[in-house]
Design a protein around this ligand. Structure first.
Ligand SMILES: NC(=O)c1ccc[n+]([C@@H]2O[C@H](COP(=O)([O-])OP(=O)(O)OC[C@H]3O[C@@H](n4cnc5c(N)ncnc54)[C@H](O)[C@@H]3O)[C@@H](O)[C@H]2O)c1
Length: 261
């Protein structure tokens, strides 16, 4: 498939550039800055997902969009909404104009970050963001749901845990998503036939995981890695129990930086 990856120069975008071509995909990368990352050398767009002309040109001619552009950290409410909701809206509008009917979206555990960790986490818990960042992820998910219900497109919202090279804390032994599993997840999200609007959890098959992986498996995402492999090199810390109390971990415990504007 011809796939537009937004945020292609970022941490996960680069991993997708390394992995998706080997699964048969032809990539177009879009990012604010940078030289083409590996995997995107033949088709690289420098521009802002907030710019309608940039987005229109980038979406034209692709089969699917993998939307990973956005600030992965907490910001003000307006900047979070711009970074995650407005960019998603720009892409959805361009998809409708160009007949592109599939989007895989990088949502986050912070959309449900204030959920207590006292039961297996399903994808049907109520939206419970821990930050303005998480609030924007909830709103982006709602926008995808709206466009799926109103128009002939499908969207997979992937609530990613911690996508880094290696887990470094006890919490991350539960929340880790390996880069290889991120590639598998996006491949499944863009290939699965007609998922409508689907939410999946984006973690590896971690021994200590407590997130329901069944919705991902239902679309063909079968994670292969396990953070437990790194457990021996991760020292316990006094803050581990607190960090594990809520789905969103440390970010869910930090004071909310106010005012919102
Ligand atoms: N890394 C994680 O553990 C994790 C967890 C949950 C969700 N996510 C989500 O996954 C996505 C990617 O995360 P990441 O860790 O790779 O972040 P990153 O900061 O490494 O990469 C993001 C990339 O997006 C680009 N970008 C930002 N705004 C843009 C815009 N308006 N137009 C074009 N490009 C823009 C940046 O230049 C950057 O290269 C983000 O939406 C983030 O919220 C990441």
């Amino acid at each position: 498939m011809k796939v537009l990856v937004t945020g292609a120069g970022g941490s996960i975008g680069r991993a997708l550039g390394r992995g998706l071509p080997g699964l048969g995909h032809d990539l177009r990368g879009l990012d604010l800055v940078g030289d083409p990352a590996p995997g995107y050398q033949h088709d690289w767009v420098v521009g802002d997902c907030l710019d309608p002309d940039v987005v229109d040109a980038a979406v034209r001619g692709v089969d699917a969009v993998a939307h990973f552009a956005g600030d992965p950290d907490e910001g003000s409410l307006p900047s979070s909404l711009e970074s995650h909701v407005h960019t998603t809206a720009r892409l959805l509008e361009a998809m409708l104009r160009h007949g592109v009917d599939r989007i895989a979206y990088a949502s986050s555990n912070h959309a449900v970050g204030r959920t207590p960790h006292d039961r297996p986490l399903t994808t049907s818990v109520r939206p419970r963001p821990d930050t303005f960042y998480g609030t924007a992820k909830v709103a982006a998910e709602a926008l995808l749901s709206l466009y799926v219900d109103r128009f002939a497109i499908s969207a997979v919202a992937m609530r990613i845990g911690t996508c880094v090279a290696e887990p470094t804390t006890v919490r991350e032994l539960s929340t880790w998503l390996s880069f290889d599993d991120a590639v598998r997840m996006v491949d499944a999200a863009i290939r699965t036939p007609a998922p409508g609007y689907t939410v999946v959890h984006g973690t590896s098959a971690n021994t200590r995981g407590w997130w329901d992986l069944a919705p991902g498996r239902a679309i063909g995402f079968d994670p292969q890695d396990d953070a437990e492999h790194f457990a021996g090199s991760i020292a316990a810390r006094t803050q581990d129990p607190d960090e594990n109390a809520l789905v969103g971990g440390p970010l869910a415990l930090d004071d909310l930086v106010r005012p919102a504007f």
